[in-house]
Design a protein around this ligand. Structure first.
Ligand code: GAR
Length: 189
């Protein structure tokens, strides 16, 4: 079912922002990206967003503390009229209070086949475990790290000569397909 108007989505990034770019370039009548925000003012993805005319917000928590940082972020999200938040390589843990304020309206893309390999170094851990496949998952964000409802996964083979870097590159291609599709479904449900 198509909603009457696009859902207003803010994307939070910490770095390169290739998943954010995938969301921006595939936005349509189901969702619009209304803000790109980052905890790292130097994030490469922010420059891309500015060049593409998107509203941006950048603030480093260092020095002001997490509560003040999150209050400013929350204000920017509301100012932008965001209804949903898509974490896209956002490498900072959101506080329980922030997650509660945005309950069931934050999703994340994680580079593993959840529930396997929550946290960091997912590809190296999948290779070290001898897994036949790796991949990525889109899930609802809850207070528990990488543990909310999984909305969808994409799987790729792990080759005998894979390194964490070659596997990450193969998975990233799937991330760029999976994330827009899962966001579209999420805002419609
Ligand atoms: C992506 O691979 C994403 O899945 C991962 O960081 C990368 C960000 O790349 N996210 C996490 O590890 C979250 N725990 P991008 O900035 O190019 O989208």
């Amino acid at each position: 079912m198509t909603s009457a108007r696009p859902a207003r989505v803010a994307v939070l990034i910490s770095g390169r922002g290739s998943n954010m770019q995938a969301l921006v370039t595939t936005q349509d009548e189901s969702f619009r990206i209304v803000l790109v925000a980052s905890d790292r003012p130097e994030a490469a993805g922010l420059a891309w967003a500015r060049e593409h005319g998107l509203p941006t917000f950048a603030l480093a928590p260092k020095g002001i503390g997490k509560p003040a940082y999150e209050a400013a972020l929350d204000a920017a999200l509301r100012e932008a009229g965001a209804e949903y938040i898509a974490l896209a390589g956002y490498m900072r843990l959101l506080s329980d209070a922030f997650v509660a304020r945005w309950r069931d309206r934050i999703i994340n893309i994680h580079p593993s086949l959840l529930p396997r390999y929550k946290g960091l170094d997912t590809h190296a851990r999948a290779i070290a475990a001898g897994d036949a496949t790796g991949g990525c998952s889109v899930h609802v964000v809850t207070e528990e790290l990488d543990a909310g409802e999984v909305l969808g996964r994409a799987e790729v083979p792990i080759h005998a000569d894979d390194t964490a870097e070659t596997l990450a590159a193969r998975v990233l291609i799937e991330e760029h397909r999976l994330y827009p599709a899962m966001l579209r479904e999420f805002v419609r449900r």
